[in-house]
Design a protein around this ligand. Structure first.
Ligand code: HEC
Ligand code: HEC
Length: 358
């Protein structure tokens, strides 16, 4: 009797162990699937919450791949000569490696230095003046801008509807063959929100993934925290604010944020840009006036110009400039270089797609 009971008990215990192991394996394999699905939006441990609303536009492989094709296709421009990727190139974190001010159709010159495209899901405001507050609407600006695509959204929809290749792709992505402007914008957003840069040496250092910073880089990080991180804050390296960092005096102030808000106190203020991949995204500032990080550091150190809207964090003992020594400037530059993310600029998911002959 006791023997029977014991064997029952053993059987029962064995079953429990099997059940627990089976459940653990199931959970592990789910986890593994999560990590290995390259089209899943995963927030890096050192990042804040996403600002993008995925409910209206869930990412799918086909939607992402469609966005990727559109991003690289000059069909979006009036004369089919310019694509998003003309001004946003992967090897420099999707900034523009060639032009201080960007060049659109008919070689028309823009007024701003192209911003990199990275970590867009975490941003609330787009463009230097924050003129757009939803990622889905950013491409409309590029499409209709006479110095970029100089095209209408309606024409693009017509061009895409005339292509049996694209109609098939839209069908795969959204379950309907008909191309609409909303689907074009949703596909482009699906592509852009997955462009996350969070694997620089700095990230691996800060997440304890076995990366070390040199003593110079660590000195630079400390100096950066003291002098720069109140504006270039969090691991996105921006507080998302619009500020004047002392580039011009009142006579030469660009409208900046005031173009949108029409407040005088916003003149000369621009979005604090992220500094991720900053070693790749030269030239610097909204008008691309500085070619090197050295020039940027000299500006902050002793080139700050006073004006009615300049930020008072850029003063030392009431005089303009952060007065950093030569060595301190070089240390900060060494630190900024640790923000370069090789895996992002080489990630095959974001490279030019192979397009079939049409
Ligand atoms: C002719 C060059 C050019 C083309 C083509 C172009 N862009 Fe841009 N892009 C820029 C410039 C310049 C800026 C910054 C403009 C500003 O802030 O006023 C910018 C800004 C952006 C931003 C905002 C980044 C941020 O941090 O705020 C995104 C996103 C973007 N572009 C996506 C696209 C997409 C998608 C396309 C294609 C539909 C495209 N761009 C086509 C030059 C271009
Ligand atoms: C008071 C806020 C503030 C502080 C402090 C500050 N910045 Fe900036 N930074 C800005 C703003 C605003 C811009 C954009 C200005 C523009 O283009 O008109 C900017 C632009 C930059 C750019 C150009 C990025 C690009 O993509 O063009 C670099 C590089 C930079 N800052 C580095 C630094 C460093 C290094 C420090 C510390 C020594 C620092 N900043 C301190 C506000 C600040």
């Amino acid at each position: 009797m006791t023997c029977l009971l014991a064997s029952h008990l053993t059987f029962y215990l064995t079953m429990r162990v099997i059940l627990v192991v089976w459940l653990a394996l199931l959970i592990l394999s789910c986890k593994e699937q999560e990590v290995s699905n390259p089209y899943q939006f995963v927030i890096p441990d050192n990042f804040p919450e996403s600002k993008y609303s995925f409910q209206n536009n869930p990412i799918t492989k086909d939607g992402f791949e469609l966005g990727r094709m559109l991003f690289y296709d000059p069909i979006l421009s009036r004369d089919e000569t310019v694509s998003c990727s003309s001004c946003h190139q992967q090897h420099v974190a999707f900034a523009d490696p060639l032009h201080v001010l960007s060049i659109g159709v008919d070689e028309r010159v823009g007024t701003r230095n192209a911003l990199p495209i990275q970590n867009m899901a975490f941003q609330q405001f787009f463009f230097w003046d924050g003129g757009v507050n939803h990622l889905d609407f950013v491409p409309i600006n590029a499409i209709t801008n006479p110095v970029e695509f100089d095209e209408s959204v309606g024409d693009i929809v017509d061009k895409l509807n005339a292509s049996s290749f694209y109609k098939n792709q839209f069908n795969k992505a959204f379950g309907e063959k008909e191309v609409t402007s909303q689907k074009v914008l949703h596909a482009l957003s699906q592509f852009m929100v997955l462009m996350i840069s969070a694997n620089s040496r700095y990230d691996k250092y800060i997440r304890n993934e076995g990366e070390l910073l040199s003593t110079q880089e660590q000195r630079g990080l400390l100096l950066f925290k003291q002098n720069c991180a109140n504006c270039h804050s969090t691991d996105l390296f921006t507080n998302g604010d619009f500020l004047n960092n002392g580039l011009d005096t009142d006579e030469n102030l660009d409208e900046g944020r005031a173009r949108i808000t029409e407040f005088n106190e916003d003149k000369g203020k621009f979005k604090v840009p992220s500094l991720r991949n900053v070693a790749l995204t030269d030239p610097y500032m909204h008008d691309g006036r500085f070619n090197t990080l050295k020039e940027v550091l000299q500006h902050y150190s002793n080139g700050i110009k006073t004006s009615s809207t300049v930020d008072n964090r850029l003063f030392t003992n009431n005089s303009p400039g952060l007065s950093l020594t030569e060595d301190e400037q070089n240390d900060i530059i060494a630190f900024l270089q640790t923000l370069t993310d090789e895996s992002f600029i080489k990630d095959k998911r974001f490279s030019a797609p192979l397009m079939p002959k049409q």
